[in-house]
Structure formats: structure tokens, C-alpha cells
Design a binder for this molecule. Structure first.
Ligand code: BJW
Ligand code: ZN
Length: 249
């Protein structure tokens, strides 16, 4: 079998599929990525706003950045890449299999596309957390009437319930990711630069456990040499093609 035939056989034969997504899958919804082609935010911006020290130093500026991004995400809709993953999950459900998405994105677009099994590794922009009492609340209003927002319980400063650099990922999310990497037949990475840990290492974990691995990205990444197949192009075009192959005749 050649390269393409092996990939097609693997896609059709896989009943347990793990998918790690990054900012690139939402690029075709008009949301900028951090790094890579179309990357809008440089490391300096990310460090200024998405680190505990950066947020503490200037919560107002950090909130302006998150508010801007929440607004863009609210205006955006899922693109064919998100929708293809939701269709693949539905198809696997019917075959008594599963597909679980581990997303680094905070935009909520997988859920809006209809995906059911979604683990948000880096939190969500639609939840806020009090820096004083720890209370979490869902808040979809945009723009927020008061910025920075204050805790309705104790009046403390609220932050987005996302994972900044130097912070641990939620324990439940890490447990889910470990389980997916352990149990999947196929692990797919989509639109991630593969430089942020620990998310980038899940594909290596899956591969170490015997899963086949596939990367879908516009460009090669540091993960490319380690995967079974690397497909380079827009995920909004490649994922629908793959899912048509899976569920087709
Ligand atoms: C397309 C496309 C299209 C475009 N189709 N593709 C081990 C070694 C070294 C460092 C560390 C390590 N372990 C931990 C660290 C430190 C750190 C880290 O990884 N640093 C590296 C940068 C070196 N990790 C952490 O701090 C993590 N915490 C942790 O490990 O806790 C333990 C600890 C405790 C105390 C001290 C130290 C450690 C937490 C990481 C949290 C990351 N947070 C952010 C912000 C989240 C909230 C928000 O969104 O604002 O998460 S940073 C940012 O990067 C965001 C993203 O989720 C994350 C990953 O980015 P992603 O999704 O890959 O996007 P891009 O932009 O990088 O890539 C887009 C890709 O798409 C590109 O490749 C394009 O080509 C592609 N693309 N259009 C297909 N149409
Ligand atoms: Zn509070």
C-alpha cells in the first residue's frame, strides 16, 4: 500500500480518535493565531497579558485584549474544519466508537459546531474566575459592562478562566488527555504550532502507546517529524475531505 492508501485505511479503521486542536483551526473563522503564518500576537503580547505577572501588573490592558478576542469569537462562527470534526464524532458514535477533542482554544467554536466530547485544556474565554475567592461564573455578555469585571460575591477582581503560562492545566483536563492518548487508535493534531507544553506532548504520548498519528497544519511544525502522516494545507479544506473518506463508501 502506498502512503495515501495506508492513511485512508487507517482513517476508515480507527474507532477511537483523539484530536488536539490549536488556534489554526479557528483561523478560517477569522480568528487570528498566535504564531505562524497569519499569527497576530507576538510572544511579547502573549507574555504581557497571558502570564500571572502580566495580568497582575495591568489587569485593565489584559482585559482589553481578552475583551477584543471575546468580541471577535462571538461574531465568528464554526468553519468547515470544526463542522467536519463534529460530523466525524457523530459517525463514530454510530459505530460504537468515539472521537474526543482536546482543544487549546478558548473560543468555544467546537461546541458551537456540535462537538460533544470537548476538553478545554486552556480554559474558556466565556467563564470568569475571581482572583480573591475563586468563584467561577459563565459570562457571555460582550462587551462586559464593567471592565475589569468584579466578582458578584466578594467584589474581587475577576480574570478570564483561562490557563496563563506558568499555570497548571486543570487536573480533569490533564486526566482526560492522558486517557485519550492511552486509549486512541489514531491521534490527530490540527492547527497547532506544537510548541506549548504540555499540550504538544500528547501526540508523542499517543504514539508511544501505539496509536497512529496525523498532523494537519498549514506548515510543517516541530511535531511533523514525529507523526505517521503530516498533511499541509488549511484545516477547513483538509478535514472535510478526510471525514468524507471516513464515512464514504
Ligand atoms: C493553520 C491554519 C489553517 C494557521 N489550517 N493550520 C517544557 C519545556 C519548555 C517549556 C515548558 C515546558 N513545560 C511547560 C513549559 C512552559 C510553558 C511552555 O510551554 N512554554 C513554551 C512556549 C516553551 N507552558 C506552560 O506554562 C503551561 N503550564 C505548565 O506547564 O504548568 C506547569 C508549570 C508550572 C509553573 C511553572 C512552569 C510550568 C501552560 C501553557 C498555557 C498556554 N496559554 C496560552 C494562553 C491561553 C489563553 C488565551 O488564549 O489567551 O494558550 S498561550 C497560547 O499558546 C494559547 C494557545 O492555546 C497556545 C498554543 O498555541 P497554538 O494553539 O498552537 O497556536 P499557534 O498560534 O502557536 O499556532 C497556530 C498554528 O496553526 C500554526 O502552526 C499555523 O501554521 C497553523 N495554522 N492557519 C491549519 N487555516
Ligand atoms: Zn470573589
Amino acid at each position: 500500500m502506498d502512503f495515501a492508501q495506508e492513511l485512508i485505511a487507517c482513517l476508515k479503521g480507527s474507532r477511537r480518535v483523539g484530536v488536539l486542536t490549536g488556534a489554526g483551526i479557528s483561523a478560517e473563522s477569522g480568528l487570528p493565531t498566535f504564531r505562524g503564518a497569519n499569527g497576530l500576537w507576538d510572544e511579547k503580547t502573549i507574555r504581557a497579558f497571558a502570564t500571572p505577572g502580566g495580568f497582575a501588573k495591568d489587569p485593565k490592558d489584559a482585559w482589553e485584549w481578552y475583551e477584543h478576542r471575546r468580541g471577535e469569537a462571538a461574531k465568528a462562527g464554526p468553519n468547515p474544519g470544526h463542522l467536519a470534526l463534529a460530523r466525524w464524532e457523530e459517525w463514530l458514535d454510530r459505530q460504537s466508537g468515539w472521537l474526543e477533542i482536546l482543544t487549546q482554544n478558548i473560543d468555544g467554536l467546537h461546541q458551537r459546531a456540535g462537538s460533544k466530547r470537548v476538553t478545554e485544556l486552556h480554559g474558556s474565554g466565556w467563564f470568569l474566575r475571581c482572583t480573591r475567592c475563586g468563584r467561577r461564573r459563565e459570562e457571555r455578555t460582550h462587551p462586559l459592562p464593567v471592565r475589569p469585571p468584579r466578582c458578584p460575591e466578594c467584589g474581587g477582581l475577576e480574570r478570564p478562566n483561562v490557563v496563563f503560562f506558568q499555570e497548571n492545566l486543570p487536573e480533569e483536563a490533564l486526566d482526560n488527555a492522558a486517557r485519550v492518548a492511552r486509549e486512541c487508535d489514531l491521534f490527530v493534531t490540527v492547527g497547532t504550532s506544537g510548541v506549548v507544553q504540555p499540550a504538544a506532548s500528547f501526540v508523542l504520548g499517543a504514539s508511544g502507546n501505539g496509536a497512529a498519528t496525523l498532523e494537519v497544519n498549514l506548515d510543517p511544525t516541530p511535531l511533523s517529524p514525529h507523526v505517521t502522516w503530516a498533511l499541509h494545507g488549511p484545516s477547513g479544506k483538509i478535514l472535510p475531505e478526510l471525514v468524507a473518506l471516513v464515512s464514504g463508501p
